[in-house]
Design a protein around this ligand. Structure first.
Ligand code: TXA
Ligand code: MG
Length: 351
């Protein structure tokens, strides 16, 4: 299959929407930008089309997908019950990077939800994404548009790396804004439970809802809980770059010292260091690749850059990645969740 790439303005914005919508209606696959990461979309009411997504990504079939909608009318057709807390979240955070879990109606094919009785739904704020959904006239099932296990794509070139020859169309809308995926909040329990930290912070949710539980698997619960998390996607080693990755947590000067020491001890290894604006000058050794993820004062900027940084390490074919840790406050929680997965949980603590 030849994978077409269209920039948003070529031939014209409207034509790109029409082409994309036509492919979705005909049961094909379209990768498109959202404000978080690129999604790999198919008609969410067409079981066969949804199966093509699992195939293109190499995604385990027990990992359910998010349905993307463009209006609240669409939501009513898909879910059995909309709790008051969900209405409040919609008023505050939709359209935007918040996914909510509801009890599903039978109209949704089983494969979308991997056999669960619930469905994940999100209304993206990216206007192209919403226009594509509107033009298709159906909810669009879309996981992140990466090969399963690789870092999520934040640029069209990332999608092309993973999906060339496997899907019909990639719409290039430039780099995505948020850079990490949406927050996933389970509204089928009371209080609502955070299943994946993301573009909307836990602090923001608590300010609106009062009480919000956190999936124990997210808090690095006991191994048993990690093996059986509520959100199936959380159990897989995600976002993993090809090289071995190690996270360093603690006092930043000590982090730099420890990393310097390890660079010195491994002169034959190609080492990448993922540092920050504030720490760049603390390093004395020069690694093979030094990436500045952005300023610690602007965690949004770090989130925007992390997946791209991990893919750059892959491109440079480094052997080892040393990455600095962050606090779990605000966006830090989502950033650390992605970094810990990239490292497969390997952390050097107490520096
Ligand atoms: O920002 C995003 O959410 C991006 C863009 C494209 O919208 N999408 C995305 O999709 O990250 P994906 O498939 O990579 O992640 C969806 C997450 C997975 O962890 C999955 O297990 C969880 O949502 N999920 C989906 N349906 C669920 C359900 N019914 N119950 C619990 N978790 C669910
Ligand atoms: Mg994903």
């Amino acid at each position: 299959m030849e994978t077409k790439v269209l920039k948003l303005e070529s031939p014209t914005y409207q034509e790109v929407i029409e082409k994309g919508a036509m492919i979705i209606k005909n049961g094909g696959l379209v990768a498109f930008p959202t404000e978080t990461v690129y999604g790999l979309g198919a008609n969410g009411l067409d079981q066969e089309a949804v199966c093509k997504i699992y195939e293109a990504k190499g995604r385990p079939s027990d990992n359910p997908m998010i349905l993307h909608i463009s209006s609240r009318e669409m939501l009513k057709k898909l879910v059995r019950d909309i709790p008051k807390a969900a209405e409040d979240c919609m008023d505050m955070f939709w359209p935007g990077p918040l996914t909510m879990i509801f009890f599903k109606k039978d109209i949704i094919p089983e494969k979308v939800c991997a056999g669960l009785d619930t469905v994940a739904i999100r209304m993206p704020s990216d206007s192209f994404a919403r226009n594509l959904i509107e033009g298709s006239g159906v909810p669009i099932a879309a996981p992140s548009a990466n090969t399963s296990g690789r870092p999520s794509p934040t640029k069209a070139s990332h999608v092309l790396e993973d999906m060339a020859g496997k899907i019909d169309l990639i719409v290039d809308g430039g780099p995505t804004e948020v850079g990490i995926e949406s927050t996933v909040l389970d509204m089928t329990v009371n209080p609502p439970m955070l299943l994946r930290p993301g573009g909307v912070t836990l602090e923001d949710l608590k300010a609106l809802l009062g009480e919000v539980d956190v999936d124990p698997a997210l808090l690095g619960g006991k191994p048993k809980e990690v093996l059986h998390p509520k959100s199936p996607g959380q159990k897989y080693k995600h976002y993993a770059p090809k090289a071995e990755c190690l996270l360093f947590a603690g006092n930043l000067k000590n982090v730099a010292k420890e990393v310097d020491k390890r660079i010195k001890e491994n002169p034959n290894k190609k080492i990448a260091v993922l540092a920050t604006e504030e720490t760049l000058d603390l390093y004395r050794e020069k690694p093979y690749l030094m990436i500045n993820m952005g300023s610690r004062e602007h965690l949004q900027e770090i989130a925007h850059n992390i997946f791209n940084a991990l893919r750059e390490c892959d491109e440079a074919e480094v052997d080892l990645i040393y990455v600095e840790g962050f606090s779990f406050q605000g966006m830090g929680q989502g950033i650390m969740n992605r970094l810990l997965k990239a490292c497969g949980g390997k952390v050097v603590l107490g520096l």
